[in-house]
Design a protein around this ligand. Sequence first.
Ligand code: 9UX
Length: 72
Amino acid sequence: ERQVALFSVVGMTCAACAGSVEKAIKRLPGIHDAAVDVLNDRAQVIYYPAFVLEDTIRETIEDVGFEATLLK
Ligand code: 9UX
């Protein structure tokens, strides 16, 4: 029942940016793993849809300060 979501994350300029996004996502309930790619402006998240919504993950990325769009 795990699902994979891919987000576009715009505005990250360093590895620490990616680190804070990853950390914020991993603090949410229902997250199995998160990997943020600063070079390609992407975040891939493996999550349990029964426990967390894609839009909650997207809003969490935005709360860290970056524009996030769900790609798939
Ligand atoms: Mo350093 Mo990355 O302030 O935004 S964390 S550039």
